[in-house]
Design a protein around this ligand. Structure first.
Ligand code: MG
Length: 356
């Protein structure tokens, strides 16, 4: 069988590195190229260790290729794994779609800020869009035409067991320890505010064209999601929280080639679910309420990034993250007709959030 070629956008990040590890364990895949940012030392290590011939970095354009498109045009990879965060990631995705057959998607901004555009491009170029995020991968694996409602789980982040009246006392270090996943700083704060889960609801809405999306807090992270069917059946996706599993599935779909036979116990604690507290996670509920408003979703993402930065540098208190997000979104409105509109609304939102 011919091996499938993979290009990783964002090879030095957490998803990128885990994708490299997964591909090492799979028989029929190889890395044909990688894209990285400023982390040149780690990139060199990866290039050497995995014998990677083609690589590109916008920060070191004197390397092999001067643009990403130049590399993609040469490689025409079977799969592009999109794991560059932020708008850089969004641009790289838009540049990649014409040159591949499958987009394995981890960059949140792609669907949150540009969902309709990404989906259109994928359709136009006949590219399969497969989610990598554990919750969306779970729903993707369960989904069928009888789904009436989706449920995705949330850890509740570092504040899950913190009393509401203590939230304003929290320092960055209290937030940066996450109970289930080990991730970057912004996403760890986003997990504590559950802004991350609001993003995931927006992504699920774009991926599955369904508005009926529930979220439950689930401390062990062993249930990733569920679909509720018209005949009263609930299909639940259950497994250890390990990103390598959904990464592998995004590559091998519709087959399951990742050999990893370990499963969580059928223990009551692995099936505990709680409602999300509206007073504790106001940004999450606000995010859910703007599900269908793309301009406000762009503002939501932009304001969150500004607010998280200010919290991490101790300029604002934890509950003010939500205040800044909601205040910004309430003041941003408009139509989003192009990618340029997205960048424009993002810029205006950032400026607005800075001023608050
Ligand atoms: Mg997730």
């Amino acid at each position: 069988m011919e091996k499938k070629s993979v290009v990783i956008l964002g090879a030095t990040g957490s998803i990128g590195i885990q994708t490299l590890e997964v591909i090492e364990k799979l028989d029929n895949f190889y890395i044909s190229g990688i894209v990285f940012g400023k982390n040149i030392n780690l990139a060199r290590e990866i290039i050497k260790k995995h014998n990677i011939e083609n690589y590109y970095s916008p920060y070191f354009p004197t390397y092999k290729f001067s643009t990403l498109e130049e590399m993609l045009e040469k490689l025409n990879p079977d799969i592009v794994v999109a794991a560059i965060p932020g708008f850089d990631g969004l641009i790289a995705i838009l540049q990649s779609i014409p040159y591949t057959k499958r987009l394995a998607l981890a960059t949140k901004e792609a669907l949150v800020c540009a969902g309709p555009f990404i989906k259109n491009e994928c359709e136009k170029h006949k590219v399969e869009l497969i989610p990598i995020d554990s919750e969306h991968s779970a729903i993707f694996q369960l989904f069928d035409e009888n789904v009436v409602k989706i449920m995705i789980t949330a850890s509740g982040g570092a504040v899950r067991n913190v009393k509401k009246n203590k939230l304003s006392k929290l320092k960055p270090n209290d937030i940066l320890k996450h109970p289930v996943w080990n991730m970057g700083k912004r996403i760890t704060v986003d997990s504590a505010t559950m802004v991350n889960k609001a993003f995931e609801v927006m992504e699920a809405y774009e991926l599955f064209n369904i508005e009926n999306i529930d979220v439950h807090i689930h401390p062990t992270g062993t249930v990733h999601g569920a679909v509720l069917l018209n005949d009263g059946t609930v299909k639940i996706h259950f497994g250890f929280p390990d990103m390598k599993v959904p990464i592998a599935y995004s590559l091998t779909y519709p087959e399951r080639k990742f050999n990893n036979p370990k499963w969580p116990k059928f223990d009551p604690k692995n099936f505990e679910f709680y409602n999300v507290d509206e007073e504790k996670y106001p940004a999450f509920f606000y995010g859910k309420s703007i599900l269908k408003d793309l301009a406000k979703r762009i503002a939501f993402n932009a304001a969150d990034e500004i607010a998280v930065q200010r919290f991490l540098t101790e300029k604002i208190k934890f509950p003010q993250i939500a205040d800044i997000i909601i205040n910004t979104c309430e003041n941003i409105r408009g139509n989003v007709n192009s990618i340029d509109d997205i960048f424009e609304i993002d810029k205006i939102s950032r400026n607005f959030a800075q001023e608050i």
